[in-house]
Design a binder for this molecule. Structure first.
Ligand code: HEM
Length: 487
């Protein structure tokens, strides 16, 4: 060490630190200069501050959580295309959505690496186009609409349990946490569909509390809330469960078991793809993706229906035809989706619910052309669904929950071009048919006119429901959840 100090002409540790700090400053200045004047994206519109560094966005995320709103304002000032980060282009134009979120047949796209989720080997986190397609193919068939029709009996079972428990709460004066109920419901269904085994969250007394899973690591959750949904889900779909399925498939005694992981393990994907560590990542990812956004949409939509009596009245009226035989017969979701107003209630919920940050793709074979701009291949290009969903030219009075806007003369096809809650192209949400089936059937059950109980809002308000943070989960400010009274 002494010899090194001598060769560098240094006399103390302090001098070494000063030298390193000076080097870091010079490096950073050079990096900023490169980004501003020599980078392939240097000529694109947008403020220099966000072209030079990601610090601006980080500060917004840490202290203001309003980057999407700022992004909308930047687009008003600079036009539909801006450089939103040193190495990222953001486009605010629904008509360009399918060019970025392209199908595999159109052009190959890589995903943008997601940092810190710890499930890098899962489908949703797979960056490379080929590997992603290979992982997706065997799952796609299992989660196709036709197959969900075939296996929807598990959803029907959950519907009956939920309905029975709500009826039991009638006139007890005990508030029901519908947010817990919905998360338990979606957790049970994804457990059943993915692993052939429900975690039985719905059957837990008061449903299983799900309150902290977004904030606290699983091990801590397990210690504090041994019965919490989040932990149970991770437990169920973690390595243990996948190993059990692998053993069943190997022994060949699983022919009657038709879960997604059973199918995956029987498929002809390479053995390395069936490695327990890879499948454990997939399992955790499916549980999270399968349980959380569907529950969040239900919570948000049911809150809005209950707080708009005119919406609830029309929904009850329009559901009469399809729900006549309940509970002798829980209808097929395909019949329920014919109720246009029900679909409109959900589409409006999905429009306003602020989950998922801006998403993007990387075109790997060809440059993209947008207006007079050529975006070099290999550049991450993103679009913010939130901005598209809140565009006042397409959705007048955009903050208003207004299902009627999707119907009759008020509907205009541009609305569907702007509306992309499940994304599009080769990485479109693979579980959307499961999600739709659950959402249709739950809403139809809760708001059917011929039931013996009625829900009303308990002690909660917008602050407990409307997400304020710009993150993947859409976290609200308040924590009372969706509280309902049953009468
Ligand atoms: C209302 C409910 C849901 C919403 C709004 C939703 C939304 C999305 C979105 C926007 C993406 C694309 C992310 C991206 O572009 O990077 C996605 C992907 C994904 N979703 Fe969903 N999702 C929902 C329900 C589900 C369900 C029920 C499942 C499981 C059964 C699921 C599993 C997945 C998976 C595995 C991916 C990654 C797909 C891939 O990369 O090929 N989602 N979801």
């Amino acid at each position: 060490m002494g010899a090194l100090y001598e060769r560098l002409g240094l006399q103390s540790n302090g001098q070494l630190l000063q030298g390193l700090a000076a080097l870091a400053v010079v490096y950073y200045i050079a990096l900023v200069a490169y980004r501003l004047w020599f980078h392939p994206l240097a000529a694109f519109p947008g403020p220099k501050l966000i072209a030079a560094s990601t610090w601006y966005e980080t500060v917004c995320d840490l202290f203001y959580q309003d980057f999407p709103e700022r992004l909308s304002k930047l687009h008003q000032r600079y036009g539909p295309i801006i450089r939103v980060a040193p190495n990222e282009i953001h486009i605010n134009d629904a008509d360009y959505y399918l060019e970025v979120f392209a199908s595999a047949a159109k052009h190959r796209t890589d995903g943008i690496p997601s940092l810190g989720l710890g499930i890098d080997a899962s489908l949703g986190s797979t960056v490379g186009h080929e590997l992603h397609q290979m992982r997706r193919k065997p799952l796609e068939k299992f989660l196709a609409r036709q197959n969900i029709r075939r296996i929807q009996s598990c959803i029907h079972g959950g519907i009956r349990t939920l309905d029975r428990k709500l009826l039991a709460a009638k006139d007890t004066g005990v508030p029901v946490r519908l947010d817990h109920a919905f998360t338990s419901f979606t957790g049970d269904i994804i457990g059943e569909i993915a692993c052939g085994e429900s975690p039985e969250l719905l059957n837990a007394p008061n449903f299983a509390p799900e309150c902290v899973t977004q904030w606290v690591p699983a091990a801590l959750i397990a210690a504090i809330f041994p019965n919490s949904t989040g932990f149970k889900i991770l437990q169920l779909l973690g390595a243990t469960r996948v190993r059990k399925i692998a053993a069943e498939v190997e022994k060949g005694d699983s022919h009657e078991r038709g879960s997604m992981f059973h199918q995956l393990l029987r498929s002809n994907i390479p053995d390395v793809e069936k490695h327990p560590d890879r499948l454990a990542d997939e399992a955790v990812s499916f549980l999270g993706a399968g349980a959380y956004p569907t529950a969040a949409t239900l919570i948000f939509t049911v809150y809005n229906i209950l707080s708009h009596p005119e919406v609830e009245a029309r929904l009850r009226n329009d559901l009469a035809g399809v729900m006549t035989d309940f509970d002798d017969h829980v209808p097929d979701f395909v019949d329920v989706e014919k109720v246009e107003y029900l679909v409109a209630c959900l589409k409006e919920g999905l429009r306003l619910l602020r989950i998922f940050r801006r998403k993007g793709r990387v075109s790997i074979d060809k440059d993209l052309a947008y207006q007079q701009w050529t975006i070099p291949k290999g550049t991450p290009v993103t679009l913010s669904v939130y901005s598209l969903h809140m565009d006042p030219k397409v959705f007048p009075d955009p903050c208003k929950y207004d299902p009627e806007r999707w119907l009759g003369d008020r509907y205009n096809p541009q609305m569907d071009r702007n509306w992309n809650p499940f994304s599009k192209g080769s990485r479109i949400c693979i579980g959307m048919h499961v999600a739709w089936a659950q959402m249709y059937l739950i809403l139809a059950t809760l708001f059917r006119p011929n039931k013996q109980y009625r829900l009303s809002l308990g002690d909660c308000d917008d602050s407990d429901i409307y997400p304020v943070l710009d993150n993947e989960f859409g976290v609200p400010e308040g924590n009372r959840g969706l509280v309902a009274m049953v009468s």
